[in-house]
Write a protein that binds this ligand. Sequence first.
Ligand code: UDX
Length: 460
Amino acid sequence: MDGFQPLRVAMIGTGYVGLSTATALAYLGHHVVGVDKDEVKINLLRAGKSPIKEHGMEELLALSRDRLTFTQDTSQAVPNADLILIAVGTPSKGNGEADTRYVEIAAQEVAEAFLPGRPYVVVVKSTVPIGTNRRVSYVIRKVLEERGLSASTPVYIVSNPEFLREGTALYDTLYPDRIVVGAEEQEGISVMQRLYRPILEQTFNPPSFLNRPAGYGFPPMITTDPISAEMIKYASNAFLSLKISFINEIAGLCERVGADVNEVARGMGLDKRIGPHFLKAGLGWGGSCFPKDTAALLAIGEEHGYEMPIVSASRRVNYEQRYRMVDKLQETLKGVRGRVIGVLGLSFKPGTDDIRESPSIDLVKILVERGAHVRAHDPAAIPNARKELEGLDVEFFSDPYDVAVGAEGLVLATDWSEYGILDLKQLAESMVTPVLLDARNMLDRGKAEEAGFLYMGVGR
Ligand code: UDX
């Protein structure tokens, strides 16, 4: 096997995916230029500060400083790059379809900056509708034709979807389950092998704060055609969201028949064909990926006159779960109108300040809509939530114990680990009626009841 050969990489877009990937690649030894139009973001990054809350990001930015620079100007980053990765946003259009406008603009600007007489590899990392790689290829070809460079400047397009999770983005980049590469030409595949070699062979020294997981081997890199690569991303996210919706549907029945969904999930997960992950019943899924990607998949189906009842049902079950949880509280309290309800957790999952499509935020909105006054806490997401919930009858507190004071019901809505060690007795005693809805099945029923709570979980 050859030794490591660093590549010159341009990363277009420094959002979650772009920044995590750029930082990890620089840490691995590549020379990376991150490009973003957002001046504020670039200035922060130049000062070594992370614009996103992500475990280990600032530490890894510091360790990678010598090989990682940032610019607002695509034409500075592209000419000398061996590899250009496009990781700009693909927001949802009204009909659920992913908007590829920014991907196309990026592709055009990239092609405008190519130097004549040398090859380039352009990698699409953004999650894009099936067929976008062809479109990117077309946009680039058109620019090159206009510039009279078609013959002298070969360009190889690669699809390389990412599977990183917020909060563990760097960890997921360094220790992936698999790397997916969709390419028509061997030239593109070879460069991707060079790019990911330190990950594929795990030859890098793990940073102290991102330890290699015990028993982690070598991740496979699968190579396929670009269309299948694009589909792998959508199908994976749709399937994961489906697993959660499925267990939430089972949870509803568990409540009716007296089963405990945690026990059911444990028993199911031991079957290797099912697996234990993403079987945690709760308030449902949110975030920047599952909602957007399942909607985009349905939009792609629609475009082809193809119904996808399973993906549709996964979304329906998910959004109904928020109402089911409020209904549950409402039944116990005999209505929430005019009552004070405490809510613990506002981010879409723990470890992030991201509230995009957050089930907890929706829960707060439903509660307020039904006439409740909400007292809310979150360890990180209050500034974002404040903006999103502006004008609604919601108060924010920096101490989780404060949300319970004078409350008639308390909902644990996001499973932040700090909520698992709260003094339940103190919480219960400060409430008017100690009713607890553990919407993430995080707490021990026995302990909660001992502390004086009327405890309700999800599916148990
Ligand atoms: C997801 C995918 O996991 C990742 O591979 C993809 O690249 C982007 O989308 P992310 O959105 O960061 O990542 O969050 P994830 O950890 O997957 O959680 C998504 C949602 O599902 C959260 O709201 C979480 O609370 C919920 N969830 C997850 C459950 O309700 N139960 C589970 O068992 C797992």
